[in-house]
Design a binder for this molecule. Structure first.
Ligand code: ATP
Ligand code: MN
Ligand code: MN
Length: 365
């Protein structure tokens, strides 16, 4: 008796914010290949292509089983010709020549190293490469003028490119908690970003600070930053004021994805006891982001700062395209009703958006 070839195929909803995406999934080699191409596109400022690869990778992360044949992918969203070609190659040969070529290209590696310096973006890195600077040693020898952030980034390059562990994050949480509760009784500290999604490591530690009484969060950032500084805990910090109310485009319609909260991009100095510094060192540097939000915007800020970046992007795309709403880390505006929709929890925001609630641990798109 002849057996028919069995291939089960998958179904996946269109938007990443409609899906549950665990940290660990069944198709890492496929998603890694696509993610590398996305990263390369980002480094070359080809945003359209970068998002296309990120969306394709996210679809693979959401599948309930390992893909063994491209035929299983028929009808899935977000898989364009280019991504399917990459997937086909990896399934057939275990690798894809475009990915391998990219991974070993001088430009890709130089862009990665240079943008790996805190404070250096793709435009700066690209300019340096055109000046013949491809690595840290060439940068150090070049007499290139660095701004304060870049200088700190270069000084602490090794530490800042070591993954931050969950234990480091917990230890920093304790420090920030201590500062906040001694200076501002009642104020709250919330760990967000990748660690809130359950990641075991990250490139930084992200916090939201708020106070349950609206307005009482004012002045919090300055006090916390001064306290941290006085304790010798800061190697670098740059604080930006809240510019939400002053902004021309007004609440809910920020001109970019950047929000307008008062924030602090910092580099913490963690001593032995607070972390495990590299062998022979007494301390290590760790990137920390602090963001202060009024309680009325807290749920939006929490949703916006928990990530993943693609999940956030998809939430905003869903809001705009499917619901005629505009979502930011500050607010949700309903363009049909011409009014802001309030929310005091993430659950309420998902409900306003007509989406099932996706818990943080399943936002790893
Ligand atoms: P990692 O573990 O590598 O730190 P992460 O998911 O925590 O990963 P971050 O770059 O720390 O990534 O960003 C966390 C979240 O905060 C993301 O969802 C991102 O959209 C949001 N975010 C980061 N920077 C800004 C910013 N300047 N304005 C608004 N939102 C931001
Ligand atoms: Mn982070
Ligand atoms: Mn961050």
């Amino acid at each position: 008796e002849e057996k028919e070839e069995e291939t089960c195929s998958f179904t996946v909803p269109n938007y990443a914010c409609q899906r549950r995406t665990q940290l660990h999934h069944h198709n890492p080699s496929l998603s890694d290949a696509l993610t590398l191409l996305a990263e390369n596109a980002e480094l070359n400022e080809d945003d359209g292509r970068a998002v296309a690869f990120r969306r394709a990778a996210a679809v693979l992360k959401a599948l309930p089983a390992e893909v063994t044949s491209v035929s299983q992918l028929k009808g899935l969203p977000c898989l364009g010709e280019h991504s399917l070609r990459v997937i086909k190659d990896v399934l057939k040969d275990g690798s894809c020549s475009e990915v391998e070529t990219t991974k070993h290209s001088q430009r890709f590696n130089a862009l990665k190293v240079l943008t790996g310096i805190f404070g250096v973006g793709v435009k700066t890195a690209d300019r340096w490469i055109r000046d013949g600077i491809f690595n840290l040693q060439q940068l150090r020898e070049s007499q290139t003028t660095l701004n304060r952030a870049q200088q700190a980034g270069l000084d602490h390059y090794e530490d800042l490119n070591q993954p931050v562990t969950r234990a480091d994050a917990d230890s920093i949480t304790e420090i920030v908690q201590e500062a906040v509760s001694s200076l501002f009784p009642g104020a709250q500290v919330t760990l967000t970003g990748g660690f809130r999604r359950g990641k075991m490591t990250g490139h930084d530690v992200d916090f939201l600070l708020t106070h349950p009484e609206e307005g009482r969060e004012e002045g919090l950032m300055d006090k916390v930053v001064s306290w941290l500084d006085s304790q010798g805990l800061l190697l670098y910090q740059k604080t930006s004021r809240n510019s939400y109310l002053e902004s021309r485009d007004g609440p809910g319609r920020p001109s970019s994805n950047m929000d307008r909260f008062e924030r602090c991009f910092a580099i913490f100095k963690l001593s032995r006891g607070q972390t495990s510094p590299p062998a022979g060192h007494q301390w290590r540097a760790v990137r920390v982001d602090l963001v202060v939000t009024p309680i009325s915007q807290f749920a939006f800020a929490l949703l916006g700062w928990t990530g993943s970046k693609l999940f956030e992007r998809e939430l905003r795309r869903w809001a705009g395209h499917e619901k005629a709403m505009s979502l930011s880390s500050h607010a949700l505006f309903d363009k049909t009703q011409k009014r802001y929709l309030r929310a005091s929890s993430e659950e309420e925001i998902f409900t306003h958006l007509g989406l099932s609630f996706i818990p943080p641990s399943q936002r790893n798109a």
